[in-house]
Design a binder for this molecule. Structure first.
Ligand code: NI
Length: 448
């Protein structure tokens, strides 16, 4: 601008530039008067005079000025340090600095990172949670926003320990097995309600691999096993005599006595015994006795795994069916031991598990009189007495049996099969009484 002025001045005084080999040299026109001519050189001297390099210098200065302006602009907007406070302490931060990198540089002001937790609350990684909790001017800034957030002059930054984070998960709806519920007490156990599957939401932890139950979508229906002692209520008195562990070489004598007395009994036979005594099996049925299962090998069922348990029941039914032509559903578990797990694993294979009200303890061979007394002294309407026609020497049973029958009949008892006791009671399901139980297609066993 200064040089423009100078040129203006030159014009007013007829000053002009002539270009020579040595550059532009000012000349004073001869027509110019002395008064004005004497002022012009003074002006030139005062401004240092227009150098021959003036246009270059002007351009260079312009560039420098521009560069300075750009630098000043850049400094102001991009590099100028600004003041912020971090946990109450004043800090210098380059303007434009983003919060994320700045926090990292500060090593998060000593804040402890949160932990990564599994779905059940276990620690997957000590430092796997949120790195820190950060508030700017009192307002929390989410971790995801740290890198995009520019720090502004005067920001009050507070950095605290990070928070625990629970691992990511996937969700699945899975089937829920029913529970097993017991109801009542008594000598005969049977399924009074079949179970049905429910639905629940489960979460699978992506890091820990844990699966946790989240929500029940549909409650399962319990499987209910009822226990009940039959109580015939037609005004008469009934009892059932039962024989375990046969058939054996003693069975014929037992059958003969029962035949002579004209009374039926219930036989809980072992599958492996039935295979070797097919004749007794057939005779037993011919005489209208009740043929039931005592399992195949007399194992203590609660000690068996699911597969063995089911085989003990199925193999016995196969063997007895093969020997007699009848497939029994009624069982008496060895030692009576048929608990929740057995019902859950094999409840679909049987109609009922028959215990007893009177234990003769005949296997101890206490003498025929003791066996007779055990039954007759504990007799009641609906009672089931336990005896044996196999598993050892049964001579005492053979001796006791006619006396037991005579004594009970003398007291007004009518001896019937277990199924008949149930029928006379009137409260047992028809398919349990008849031994034709079939678990419904949509029913589900508990998982035990
Ligand atoms: Ni037994």
């Amino acid at each position: 601008m200064k040089s423009d002025k100078r040129i203006e001045v030159g014009k007013a005084t007829n000053l002009h530039f002539s270009k020579g080999a040595n550059g532009a040299v000012p000349h004073v026109s001869p027509a110019v008067g002395v008064a004005s001519a004497s002022r012009v050189p003074t002006e030139h001297r005062a401004s240092g005079g227009p150098s021959p390099r003036a246009p270059w210098a002007a351009a260079a200065i312009a560039v420098l000025v521009l560069a300075a302006l750009v630098a000043a602009f850049g400094y102001w907007f991009f590099w100028r340090p600004i003041q912020v406070s971090v946990n109450g302490k004043t800090e210098q931060v380059a303007i434009g600095q983003k919060l994320g990198p700045y926090l990292k540089k500060l090593d998060y002001a000593g804040a402890q990172p949160g932990r990564l937790l599994s779905l059940s609350g276990g620690v997957v990684r000590e430092d796997g949670g949120k790195r820190a909790t950060v508030r700017v001017n009192g307002k929390q800034v989410a971790f995801e926003e740290w890198d995009g957030r520019e720090i502004a002059e005067g920001d009050a930054i507070e950095v605290e320990n990070g928070e625990d984070v629970t691992e990511k998960h996937t969700e699945e709806v899975v089937s829920m097995a029913p529970a097993l519920v017991r109801e009542g007490t008594g000598s005969i156990q049977y399924v009074s309600q079949w179970g049905a599957a429910g639905k629940k939401k489960v979460w699978h932890g992506k890091e820990s691999g844990e699966t946790i139950d989240k929500e029940v979508v549909e409650e399962p229906k319990n499987m209910v096993v009822s226990s009940r002692t039959p109580h015939p209520s037609d005004g008469k008195k009934y009892m059932a005599l039962t024989f375990d562990d046969g058939p054996s070489s003693y069975t014929k004598d037992i059958l003969r006595i029962l035949g002579e007395k004209g009374v039926p009994a219930t036989f809980f036979n072992l599958g492996n015994q039935a295979s070797s005594h097919a004749e007794e099996e057939k005779a037993l049925l011919k005489d209208k006795h009740e043929l039931a299962s005592h399992t195949n090998n007399h194992k203590n069922l609660p000690t068996c795994d699911r597969e063995t348990l089911r085989a003990e029941i199925n193999d016995a039914a196969d063997a007895i069916e093969k020997a007699s032509g009848t497939r029994p559903q009624m069982i008496r578990a060895p030692y009576g031991a048929f608990g929740d797990a057995e019902w859950a694993r094999a409840g679909d294979l049987i109609s009922c598990n028959v215990l007893w009200n009177i234990d003769t303890l005949d296997w101890k061979r206490p003498g025929a009189a003791a066996i007779v007394n055990a039954v007759t002294s504990h007799a009641f309407n609906g009672a089931i007495a336990l005896m044996h026609d196999g598993g050892g020497n049964r001579q005492q049973d053979i001796e006791a049996l006619p006396q037991i029958i005579d004594e009970l009949q003398a007291r007004g008892y009518q001896l019937v099969t277990v199924a008949e006791l149930m029928r006379l009671d009137g409260g047992f399901p028809q398919d349990v009484v008849e031994g034709t139980v079939k678990m419904p297609e949509d029913a589900v066993l508990p998982e035990m």
